[in-house]
Write a protein that binds this ligand. Structure first.
Ligand SMILES: NNC(=O)[C@@H](O)[C@H](O)[C@H](O)COP(=O)(O)O
Ligand SMILES: [Zn+2]
Length: 427
């Protein structure tokens, strides 16, 4: 290859984490099979959790050519054409696309987790490369494809205080001393003081031994059945559902009793800064993040838990759920017949554009100032470089790389929905 084409199909890679939906019930499995029918065989017993699209070395995205060349290799070979000089200058790298784009299909709750900022990521990668595979931060955004549930950020402190006051098992785990200090302190302390008090409560929970929290968790689960009103119906149901997945787990305390439980309808989004505690619970989403796989876990998981690092690093901000949501915005650089929703968080590495057709027609986009990866999640249509004769089939599961400054056109040829998501990065 003497240069890199401006628009071409790629094949993403799947991760079979235990929490993924099983077999063809997983959008990840369906998309992977549709995009690579010759090689992908769906195992109906297997969980298909994540479909990765990007140049992160842990799960290569490849070209559908004979030797399945990695997209990372092509980018490294032709950085000017695939990333563009501005992106190379801005991120100081000629080796990879600054974002990682994923489809997640969630059957069971993911780990209670947070992701490091750049400083912490460098330290963790240097000291523990096995658990922290790169040195990058990992702010992320989730856009709901189906109804979606997640824990995101700490509950407002008055809500945590109320639960501490009325659930004796929670109070016992935290200790009467810290419970009292939290109760009397949150009214008057300044924000820094409030965060310190929240960290004390969280630290007591996270550092409690299994021998202490397991019986208390079991007692709480029983109480959600004997006295659901004490928790409220939604919380009582959530505790029972997650206990069924991870019996008597510490996540029942640090997740259910301390983190915001947010539900998103299709098209709604949340954005998580580095060091914000979260855990996705159910549904199918598009997820975009800075190109990293650094996850600091502490509950609802069989994977490596780094409790001390998590307790130390969190932001301890405490905002209501509504403030965690990211509203879609119009996208002025497209014109035509589709509905455009731009999800644009305050992060340099990525934005995500949803293009939704419900009638025949076309949508023309100006070239963007950086690389894009686009996946079709519903229906079928065509994609082409504006002015070109050849239009490529764009069906559910198909993934495309779009080079910087390449003006593309999406074409819908029917009245059935044709939806795609395009992650991109601009200097
Ligand atoms: N919030 N979502 C993410 O960060 C995903 O991109 C990660 O890949 C998931 O956290 C992986 O979850 P587990 O570590 O298997 O529990
Ligand atoms: Zn995460």
């Amino acid at each position: 290859m003497t240069t890199s084409p401006k628009l071409f199909r790629v094949i993403g890679g799947a991760q079979n984490y235990d929490w993924g939906k099983l077999g063809s019930s997983s959008a990840v499995a369906r998309f992977a099979k549709l995009n690579d029918p010759e090689t992908v065989v769906i195992d109906e017993e297997k969980p298909y959790a994540e479909l990765w699209m990007g140049t992160h070395p842990s799960v290569p995205t490849v070209l559908p050519d004979s030797n399945r060349k990695a997209l990372r290799e092509l980018v490294t070979e032709f950085p000017e054409e695939t990333l563009g000089p501005d992106i190379i200058a801005k991120f100081g790298s000629k080796e990879g696309i600054p974002f990682l784009f994923k489809v997640l299909s969630i059957r069971k709750v993911l780990s209670i987790q947070a992701h490091p900022d750049k400083t912490l990521a460098k330290q963790l990668h240097a000291s523990d490369p096995k658990h922290y595979p790169d040195d990058n931060h990992k702010p992320e955004m989730a856009v709901a494809i189906t109804d979606f549930e997640a824990f995101c950020g700490f509950k407002p402190l008055a809500q945590i205080d109320e639960l501490l006051q009325k659930i004796p098992e929670f109070k016992e785990l935290v200790g009467a001393d810290v419970t009292e200090e939290f109760h009397s302190g949150i009214a008057s302390a300044d924000v820094a003081g409030k965060k310190k008090l929240l960290q004390k409560v969280f630290s007591r929970v996270m550092n409690s031994p299994e021998s202490k929290f397991e019986p208390l968790a079991a007692s709480i689960v029983k109480k959600t059945k004997s006295d659901p009103a004490l928790f409220g119906e939604t919380l009582a149901d959530l505790i029972q559902r997650l206990d069924a997945q991870f019996p008597n787990d510490i996540g029942l305390f640090c997740g259910c009793l301390m983190l915001n439980h947010c539900t998103l309808k299709s098209g709604e989004a949340i954005f998580l800064e580095a060091k914000d505690p979260h855990a996705y619970i159910s549904g199918d989403i598009m997820e975009c993040m800075a190109a990293s796989d650094n996850v600091i876990r502490a509950g609802f998981t069989p994977k490596f838990k780094d409790v001390d690092v998590l307790v130390d690093c969190l932001t301890y901000s405490f905002n209501p759920v509504e403030e965690q949501k990211l509203k879609p915005a119009p996208f002025p650089r497209g014109s035509g017949d589709a509905k455009l929703n731009l999800y644009d968080p305050p992060i340099d590495e990525f934005s995500v554009l949803q293009t939704a057709f419900s009638t025949p027609g076309s949508e023309k986009f100006e070239g963007l100032e950086g690389p894009s990866l686009l996946i079709v999640t519903e229906g079928k249509g065509k994609i082409k470089l504006q002015g070109s004769e050849t239009a490529l089939d764009a069906s559910t599961g198909n993934i495309f790389f779009i080079a910087p400054k390449a003006p593309v056109e999406l074409i819908s040829e029917s009245n059935t929905p044709f939806t795609s998501y395009r992650a991109y990065c601009e200097a």
